[in-house]
Ligand binder design. Structure first.
Ligand code: GDP
Ligand code: MG
Length: 440
């Protein structure tokens, strides 16, 4: 992906902000990458729209290419859409907590049931009972019983001839009587979504009143992922997603599709056939996989960090020396505007209540900042470096150059003096300000 993007961007400007046509050209390639990763088309469309909105006008960091910049933005948006990590299974309700597993046939429900039960039992020290409600596939109940035996997890004894809701009822009773913390209900699937399956799931739900309903989905599911997730969520109401076969070589576009249509968190990943092959969800990893890129993102992140660090170090150095000339003030004014204006910044700093009031009184908004920058621009280099040079005649020249009154020039110089004083004090007090003004 990044190679193709670089190709496009070689023809474009290397500096400044990303233009709409820059972003459009890059997003064409991103769209292709997402489709290759099996993200559903609707989701691809809405995703690229969102990225475009955010990307146009973004400054390109000098040490990276615009192509890398767009990839970084795409990646960040992907991570945001995939949702936060560390989503745990919620057991915060009186025991026994019913957890219902739903999904298509072969998605990995039975395997994931055993994996989650094992994890809850060994890591969280919960007493878990598993029950198979799959009366459709001949050996399904036996499959779960064997998994329980192999991993030391109790399973509900199999009674021939019972239907799913009867088993669910019996499981919950056994859970209560046996003092279990959690009852895991493994259900039957179908090859495709169909009405009888949805009816069955809704009935089981009514009987067991599950605290968690986890949709188990194969990460290799392609365009169908949206329908599967939508149907289960609308008809049964899921609380989270377990993505299986993440150990395979699919690129996991289903994760984005399912998350996008349901808004429900991806809670766990199945990464193998064994009972301990279960992992927490890390959006960055899945995002990187969907984009099929190496470490371009960390490259961009490092570049951004380096630049910030360099700026911060420079600012800190100047503070330490008590040097803060009008050149620096100009630089700071630009950064302040970015950080939400002077009063916003002042609010972040301790012990500057008085300054803050003055700033507020001066009504330091963007237009004023622009005017101040214009005044500084009208000065010579020497004047900026050494404001003491600024006597009446020079001030008059500068005011005329910037199209302002001399009083405005005086106001700016006064502000500069106050800031220089304050910075000298705070510079001695170590830390704080250097980082604050260096960033952004
Ligand atoms: P169910 O029909 O939804 O209950 O699916 P199963 O749990 O019976 O799983 C179907 C097959 O997929 C079995 O052979 C499992 O071993 C396999 N399987 C399940 N989860 C994973 C996984 O995360 N990775 C791999 N490689 N195989 C899995
Ligand atoms: Mg099964």
């Amino acid at each position: 992906l990044s190679d193709r993007l670089s190709g496009i961007f070689d023809k474009l400007s290397k500096r400044g902000a990303l233009s709409e046509s820059d972003v459009n050209a890059a997003l064409r390639e991103v769209r292709r990458a997402l489709i290759e990763a099996d993200v559903a088309l609707d989701v691809v469309r809405s995703f690229t729209e969102q990225v475009k909105e955010k990307a146009v006008g973004v400054e390109v960091i000098k040490s990276v290419s615009p192509a890398q910049m767009v990839v970084k933005l795409v990646h960040d948006q992907l991570v945001e859409m995939l949702g936060s990590e560390g989503q745990v299974i919620d057991l915060n309700t009186p025991a026994p907590v019913p957890i219902m597993m739903v999904g298509l046939q072969g998605s990995g429900k039975t395997t994931s049931t055993a994996k989650i039960a094992l994890r809850l039992q060994t890591r969280d020290k919960k007493k878990v009972l598993m029950a198979s409600l799959d009366t459709r596939r001949p050996a399904a109940q036996e499959q779960l019983r064997v998994l329980g035996e192999q991993n030391g997890i109790e399973t509900l004894p199999i009674v021939e001839g019972e239907g799913p809701t009867q088993i669910a009822n019996r499981a919950m009773n056994a859970g209560r009587l046996g003092g279990f913390d959690v009852v895991m209900l493994d259900t039957a699937g179908r090859i495709h979504i169909d009405e009888p399956l949805m009816v069955e799931m809704a009935e089981v739900r009514k009987v067991a009143n599950p605290h968690e309903i986890l949709l188990v989905a194969d990460s290799l599911t392609g365009q169908d992922a949206v329908n599967v997730a939508k149907s289960f969520d609308e008809r049964v109401g899921i609380t989270g997603i377990v993505l299986t076969r993440v150990d395979g070589d699919g690129r996991g576009g289903a994760a984005l599709s399912m998350r996008a249509v349901t808004g429900k968190p991806i809670k766990l990943l199945g990464v193998g056939e064994k009972a301990d092959a279960l992992e927490e969800f890390h959006p960055e990893r899945v995002a990187g996989r969907i984009l099929g890129m190496g470490d371009i993102v960390s490259l961009v992140e490092k570049a951004a960090e380096t630049i910030d660090a360099e700026k911060a170090a420079l600012a800190a150095e100047k503070l330490r020396k008590g040097k803060f000339d009008l050149e620096d003030l100009k630089e700071q004014l630009g950064q302040m505007a970015k950080l939400g204006g002077m009063s916003g910044i002042m609010g972040l700093m301790p012990g500057v209540g008085k300054m803050k009031k003055q700033m507020a009184a001066a009504n330091l908004d963007d237009s004023i900042v622009n005017k101040q920058v214009a005044i500084i621009n009208s000065m010579t280099r020497q004047e900026r470096r050494n404001p003491a040079l600024l006597k009446a005649s020079r001030k008059k020249r500068i005011a005329a150059g910037a199209g302002v009154q001399v009083a405005e020039v005086n106001k700016l110089l006064k502000m500069h003096r106050q800031m220089a004083d304050m910075m000298k004090k705070m510079g001695k007090a170590k830390g704080g300000l250097g980082g604050l003004f260096g960033g952004g």
